[in-house]
Design a protein around this ligand. Sequence first.
Ligand code: FES
Length: 154
Amino acid sequence: MLSENTVKEIGLIRSKYHDAQSSLLPALYVVQREHGWLSPEALKEVGEILNVPKAEVKGVSTFYAMFRHKPIGRHLIQLCTNVACMIMGSENLLNILKDRYGLEPNGTTVDGRFSLVVMECIGACGTAPAMLVDTDFHDNLTEKRITEILESYK
Ligand code: FES
């Protein structure tokens, strides 16, 4: 169930757009920010609040890769493994995530602390390797740095 704040925020978003369809994308973003993913129940609620057909809500939510349709860990690690990051050691970082946390790409740790997705490029090629943890950006990663950084996310 969506929180009162989220419902209010969706209402505010709706008031800024001429039609309900245009407010759907930012509304879904707000829901994912609250829950970490878009459950079928949340999609239904968004459709009801915006008065947008269920099929349209589902269509938009599944079209964009940024929307998740299954639960994730408390913190999402988005590690870049594209060329610059690969050359600068992202494969080693992937191995560290696997060895220390049992974390595989598209997987979640047993304790639900972290989920991992591999990114193509996050625009930090000059200071590779780089990752996002939730919305926090981290670059110039080394084995020591990635461990220290991740320890600060509980
Ligand atoms: S290749 Fe990793 S940030 Fe561009």
